[in-house]
Design a protein around this ligand. Structure first.
Ligand SMILES: [Zn+2]
Length: 419
């Protein structure tokens, strides 16, 4: 029996490669032709470059090969428009900006992207970004937009940042929306850290999600506010694209981590045509499961050194429904078992989203030193889990130029033979 073909997309980053390299010996054209050939590629998600030549070349090749193009637009961090200064980033309950202390990834700010997050409620900055986004949609003839960095900071930025934001814009908006002073929540958030000092492993037995460990009922309003803020800015950017008949895709944290970064799948489903949960099981970078879980566990151990590392990881494994390596350092080396894809797909099913919103699972196929090295044996496990989870499509992430040809061929062959 032949299954219907899954939608296949991939991503490309154009801002750290020269036009000459892309063009030399038809490098880009050969790469895209191969992807079209072996994957029957439906779409390319393009992170443009300030130099428009790269983009024009890419769009021209895609139109020739009948590959749809999406403008990949990061809204709240790592935009090309300007460099975000730490003081412009979200504010924690004790007045830190952008990064927290507990569990913060040691390499933050050292790479090309610094993952400093702006506040979605900062109207002045959002207006500037929106204007730039409108220009980009008009200038490139994209078929759709792919909205990224639509979230608050993750555990990789330090656990304190999960409780942002207390900036003046948020204080104002919170007061308007709830007739309450957001400042009251500074202490409520802070007290979670006091509680964490005192917990023992048995206290965790009752929890069924990672957010249960951090989010108490007295913080519910703060977390509603965060989710609503992300929903509203996503809606604003998505509507602008829809007005111009563009499709809208969203780059999202996987359900087990989504609440921590204020992404509410049910709300966000109202804004888009498809969602890409990032199920990166082998990426040691923000949004990658190994790094986010590593930082999450490290933060709790840092706050409460009396907890046993192995036991804590055991509880996190129970909550996620997959067996993680028993040391946090092994998490970064060995990654997270690929069968988490099936679990997370089930969690998305439980959200009961409208059928019109498609789910395209994002998995990495890159080889980047220090970040992630995906080979055929990992891909085989990935793809088996993906097929079992039966999503509407797959996004082979996240930079086509860092995906070896043999990985592309392997994915193509695997999907063909499993039909
Ligand atoms: Zn704010």
């Amino acid at each position: 029996m032949k299954m219907t073909k899954k939608w296949i997309g991939t991503q490309i980053v154009l801002n750290n490669i020269s036009y000459n390299l892309l063009q030399r010996n038809n490098y880009l054209k050969k790469k895209l032709s191969l992807a079209k050939d072996v994957l029957d590629l439906d779409a390319l998600i393009v992170w443009p470059d300030s130099d428009k030549k790269n983009l024009d070349l890419t769009i021209e090749i895609c139109s020739e090969l009948k590959i749809k193009t999406y403008l990949w637009y990061p809204i709240l961090a790592d935009i090309s428009l300007f460099k975000i200064r730490p003081e412009q980033a979200v504010e924690t309950f004790d007045g830190l900006h952008g990064y927290g202390v507990n569990g913060c990834w040691e390499k933050l700010g050292q790479g090309e992207e610094d993952f400093l997050f702006l506040c979605p409620n900062n109207k002045e900055i959002v207006r500037k970004i929106f204007h730039h986004y409108q220009q980009q949609i008009v200038e490139g003839s994209f078929d759709g937009v792919f909205l990224d960095r639509i979230r608050f900071p993750s555990p990789a930025n330090g656990l304190e940042t999960i409780f942002t934001c207390f900036c003046p814009y948020c204080l104002d908006k919170f007061h308007t929306d709830y007739h309450e002073d957001l400042n009251h929540y500074r202490n409520k958030a802070k007290s979670i850290f006091q509680e964490l000092i005192a917990i023992n492993i048995k206290d965790l037995f009752a929890y069924h999600s990672l957010s249960d460990i951090l989010i108490r009922n007295n913080l519910k309003r703060l977390f509603d506010f965060r989710q609503k803020s992300i929903y509203q800015i996503t809606m604003m950017f998505a509507n602008e694209a829809k007005k111009r008949d563009k499709l809208v895709g969203l780059d999202l944290f996987t359900p087990s981590l989504a609440l921590l970064v204020a992404q509410d799948y049910r709300l966000l489903a109202k804004t888009c045509d498809w969602m890409k949960p990032m199920l990166y099981c082998h990426t040691s970078g923000p949004a990658g499961l190994p790094l986010e879980l590593y930082c999450f566990v490290k933060a709790i151990l840092n706050i409460n050194p009396a907890l046993n590392e192995g036991q804590l990881i055991q509880e996190v494994s129970r909550i996620l429904g997959v067996q993680l390596p028993d040391r946090i350092n092994s998490l970064l080396k060995k990654g997270v078992p690929e069968n988490i894809i099936y679990q997370e797909r089930q969690r998305i099913r439980d959200f009961d989203l409208p059928e019109s919103v498609k789910i395209y699972i994002g998995l990495e196929a890159i080889q980047i030193s220090g970040i992630g090295y995906i080979n055929k044996s990992i891909l085989e496990k990935y793809l088996s889990s993906v097929l079992k989870a039966d999503p509407d499509g797959i996004v082979i992430s996240w930079d086509l130029l860092k995906i070896p040809d043999e990985n592309l061929r392997f994915v193509g062959d695997f999907l063909l033979t499993q039909h």
